[in-house]
Design a protein around this ligand. Structure first.
Ligand code: IPM
Ligand code: MN
Length: 352
């Protein structure tokens, strides 16, 4: 099969972890007789430095022409503490989500048997956790009208949702639940927010189309608590953009390291695959960052964008093997030998 993939390495550790995902994907291509064309493009702080814009049109065209996008991370500390900066790397990310129509962010949380004691949560709480948070990604407060009053002393951000936006996200949630544990949790704040009441009403109307799925409606504050108390009782959770942003970071600690969790953003035009961690600027260029989240994102890409399940399974199984055999970066090595980012990538490629 011919796979045409846009490669957006981004900033910080992005290029290093992306390199490992490319190595692993190329090894898969060789083994299964696929032909991958990687087309690199700039995004994030490096794009601002090069062309003054974090998601240039040239990058957008490359993404639109690709079958899938593999993305590293963006962000640079020089923008973080400057509230007056007019262009920011994160704007590029939001623009990319909007322009590619990446309406659903799929963030799985699962545990690795060999790492269960790395989690800050007790083994008995997290064993068996296998949940997916489906976060709406192109609406809500992230994209609503915002501003300041003339005197600058009052600021506002608005959260808007349409029924259609809720329906397309919820449809994906119901369909995913059908292929898994048949449980769907709609996370909202319907006791306070009108947008949440629209979410709840819309999902309730859809229940009849999926009679096998058990649906629960829970307030986001309660879910924040239950997610660390009983994570293994959840299956698929659907939620709006900002709640999803917060809950997915919370959920990421369950597995024991942020460096492990992949994600997919399902798009209208194309889909994008990226690790859930950020650009980790302190580690940039040191060859120490954990590449597994990006490698597992490539596995999601093989499966979701190209239907290549066997290829995805092979990637997951060598990742599990590397964890079990201690071929891991310093975030997971404890008192044992820490491998370099590139060494982990080489090992995975060789084992494929
Ligand atoms: C994420 C990130 C982004 C978000 C930032 C970098 C804009 O935190 O992908 O979760 O808030 O969506
Ligand atoms: Mn986030």
């Amino acid at each position: 099969m011919k796979l045409n993939i846009a490669l957006l390495a981004g900033d910080g550790i992005g290029p290093e972890v992306i390199d490992q995902a490319v190595k692993v994907s190329d090894a898969i291509a060789k083994k299964f007789n696929h032909e991958i064309t990687w087309t690199p493009a700039l995004t994030g702080a490096c794009a601002i430095d090069a062309v003054g814009e974090p998601y240039p049109d040239s990058t957008h065209e490359i993404c639109m022409a690709a079958d899938a996008v593999l993305f590293g991370a963006i962000g640079h500390p020089k923008y973080d503490n400057d509230p007056k900066a007019t262009v920011r790397p994160e704007q590029g990310l939001l623009k990319m989500r909007k322009k590619l129509g990446l309406f659903a962010n799929v963030r799985p949380t699962f545990t690795f048997p060999s790492l269960i004691d790395n989690s800050p949560l007790k083994r008995e709480r997290i064993e068996g956790t296998d949940l997916i948070i489906l976060r709406e990604l192109t609406g809500g407060i992230y994209f609503g009208e915002r501003g300041r009053t003339d005197d600058g002393n009052t600021a506002f951000d608005t959260c808007t949702y349409t029924r259609v936006e809720v329906q397309r996200l919820a449809k994906l949630g119901f369909e995913m639940a059908m292929t898994r544990g048949k449980k769907l949790c709609c996370v909202d704040k319907a006791n306070v927010l009108e947008t949440s009441r629209l979410w709840r009403e819309t999902v309730q109307d859809m229940e009849k189309d999926y009679p096998e799925v058990t649906v629960s409606y829970e307030f986001v504050d309660a879910v924040a608590m239950r997610l660390v108390q009983w994570p293994n009782t959840y299956d698929v959770l659907i939620t709006e953009n900002l709640f999803g942003d917060i809950l997915t970071d919370e959920a990421s600690v369950i597995s024991g390291s942020m460096g492990l969790m992949p994600s997919a953003s399902i798009g209208v035009h194309t889909s994008l695959f990226e690790p859930i961690h950020g650009s980790y600027p302190q580690a940039a260029g040191k060859d120490i960052a954990n590449p597994l989240a990006t490698v597992l994102s490539a596995a999601m890409m093989f499966e979701d964008a190209f239907g290549l399940t066997e290829e995805a399974e092979l990637i997951r199984s060598v990742v599990n093997k590397s964890l079990a055999e201690g071929i891991v970066t310093e975030d997971l090595s404890g008192t044992n030998k820490a491998y370099k980012t590139s060494e982990v990538g080489d090992w995975l490629a060789k084992n494929i």
